[in-house]
Design a protein around this ligand. Structure first.
Ligand SMILES: Cc1cn([C@H]2C[C@H](O)[C@@H](COP(=O)(O)OP(=O)(O)OP(=O)(O)O)O2)c(=O)[nH]c1=O
Length: 205
C-alpha cells in the first residue's frame, strides 16, 4: 500500500481536489531548466483525445525522470491534462486576453467537450508501470454578449484555463448544462482518478 503520491501539476485545482478526497500528496514540479509549456503542442491533424492523452504521457515521462534525477523516494506519480474541444478544434489555455475573448466568442451559445486525461506512473526497480484514463464531458454555454465576454476576461479568471473559462468560478453563470464529470471539467476527474489510485494500491480517505 502506498501512503502518498507525487502530484506533478502546477494546477492548484488538482491539488485541492486530491486533498478533498483524502489523498496525501507531495508536489513534484519542473525545474527552472525544464520547459513544461513546450509539451503542449498540437500535432497537425491531431484529434483532441489523442492530443490530451499524448501530452499527459509526456508530462508523466518528464515527471518520472525528475523523480529519479532528484533521487527522491519512489512513490506513484500523478499527471493530468485538460483540453477543450469545439468539434475537432482544440482550444487550449489562452495566450493573452484577445485570445481568451476569441475563444469565449466561439464557445458562446454552443456545446463543446472538455477532455481530461489522467496518468499514474508507478516507478519500479526495473520498470515503471503506467495506468491511464480519459474523462470526456459535454458543456453547453448560453449566449455571452460581447460586453459579458469583456467583463469576464477583465476578471483574469480565463488565464491559465483550457478554453479560457473556469466552471468552478464566474463562468458557471453561463453554463446551462453539463453532461459528464464536474471534477473532470475542473481538471481532475474523481471517478477515473479514484480507479487509478485503487489499481495502484494508493491509500485514500
Ligand atoms: C475547462 C476548465 C479548465 N480548468 C483548468 C484546469 C487546468 O488547470 C487548466 C488546463 O491546463 P493543463 O495544461 O491541463 O494544466 P495546468 O497547466 O494548469 O497544470 P499542469 O500542466 O502543471 O498539470 O484549465 C479549470 O480550472 N476549470 C475549467 O472549467
Amino acid at each position: 500500500m502506498h501512503e502518498h503520491i507525487y502530484l506533478a501539476s502546477q494546477s492548484p485545482r488538482r491539488l485541492q481536489l486530491l486533498e478533498q478526497w483524502g489523498v496525501r500528496c507531495e508536489l513534484l514540479l519542473p525545474d527552472d531548466e525544464e520547459d513544461a509549456e513546450s509539451l503542449e503542442v498540437v500535432l497537425p491533424g491531431e484529434a483532441p483525445a489523442a492530443y490530451v492523452r499524448r501530452v499527459t504521457q509526456l508530462k508523466l515521462k518528464a515527471s518520472l525522470e525528475r523523480l529519479r534525477r532528484r533521487r527522491l523516494p519512489l512513490a506513484p506519480v500523478l499527471c493530468a491534462d485538460t483540453t477543450v474541444a469545439l468539434g475537432r478544434r482544440i482550444l487550449g489555455k489562452p495566450a493573452d486576453e484577445a485570445d481568451a475573448m476569441r475563444t469565449l466568442a466561439a464557445l458562446s451559445g454552443r456545446r463543446h467537450r472538455v477532455l481530461t486525461a489522467v496518468a499514474l506512473g508507478v516507478p519500479g526497480v526495473r520498470t515503471d508501470r503506467t495506468l491511464d484514463a480519459l474523462s470526456v464531458s459535454w458543456v453547453t454555454f448560453s449566449d455571452m454578449s460581447p460586453g459579458d465576454i469583456c467583463r469576464y476576461v477583465a476578471t483574469g479568471e480565463p488565464m491559465g484555463k483550457a478554453g479560457s473559462y473556469a466552471i468552478q468560478g464566474r463562468a458557471a453563470a453561463w453554463i446551462s448544462h453539463i453532461s459528464g464529470s464536474y471534477s473532470g471539467i475542473m481538471g481532475l476527474p474523481a471517478f477515473e482518478t479514484a480507479g487509478l489510485l485503487r489499481a495502484a494500491h494508493v491509500r485514500t480517505g
